[in-house]
Design a protein around this ligand. Structure first.
Ligand code: GTP
Ligand code: MG
Length: 199
């Protein structure tokens, strides 16, 4: 699939206020600073489309971007940012959880994981929660450029081994680098395949 156009539409703190045109959407979630916004910019080839920051906690709203006038990419706030107040964290949790559970337009959630680190409990528990709630998701490893080829492969294999401990089947897995535009075709084609099955 080719991305011909990508435009920012709206930011919201409540899924009920998100676009009402019923177009399918693909959302990005993961720990704060994992690279969600950067990935959206990489996929759409538009550097400043989603706001990024080297400081965690940048994205605090549900952001909709319309692609080819047909479907949405959705940038979500990150979870697990410890330096936010308890109320702040609770509020974000509510925004994210309500969106994921109630937003019927959500077709697939991409859970982003920094490939440099070993499996983190917060991500594993989040995926468990998705499974319990029947939310379809895929895993996107980010920041692949920060590792050697060998280390990258070792880390991905170790992560799969960890997942196999609690899942019968592995979700689709993508290895990406927004820095090097790695994994772009794979993610876009995956969305394209789902899209073509819907019409
Ligand atoms: P929040 O909105 O705060 O939850 O963060 P986010 O997940 O949207 O992360 P964001 O895209 O803002 O990126 C965080 C930092 O990681 C920025 O400094 C990015 O430049 C950097 N980054 C993101 N993706 C990559 C990547 O693939 N490679 C490298 N080297 N850096 C990356
Ligand atoms: Mg962000």
């Amino acid at each position: 699939m080719i991305i011909k156009s990508a435009e920012f539409v709206i930011s919201n703190s409540d899924y009920k206020l998100c676009p009402q045109d019923g177009k399918p959407e693909y959302a990005f979630i993961g720990r704060s600073n994992v690279g969600k916004s950067s990935l959206i910019n990489m996929l759409t080839n538009k550097k400043g489309l989603a706001m990024t920051s080297s400081k965690p906690g940048k994205t605090t709203l549900i952001n909709h971007f319309i692609i080819n006038n047909q479907w949405y990419l959705v940038d979500l706030p990150g979870y697990g940012y410890a330096r936010r107040s308890k109320e702040g964290r609770e509020k974000l949790r509510e925004i994210i959880e309500d969106y994921i559970l109630e937003r019927t337009e959500l077709v697939n959630l991409f859970v982003l994981v920094d490939v440099r680190h070993e499996a983190q409990l917060i991500d594993l528990e989040f995926m468990e929660w998705l499974g319990e709630n029947g939310v379809p998701f895929s895993i996107v490893f980010t920041k692949a450029d920060k590792l050697s080829a060998l280390r990258l492969q070792t880390n991905v294999e170790a992560y799969k081994d960890k997942l196999i401990e609690s899942w019968d089947e592995l979700p689709p897995i993508f290895i990406t680098s927004s820095e090097r535009k790695q994994g772009r075709d794979e993610v876009i084609d995956y969305i394209g395949k789902i899209q073509s099955q819907m019409v």
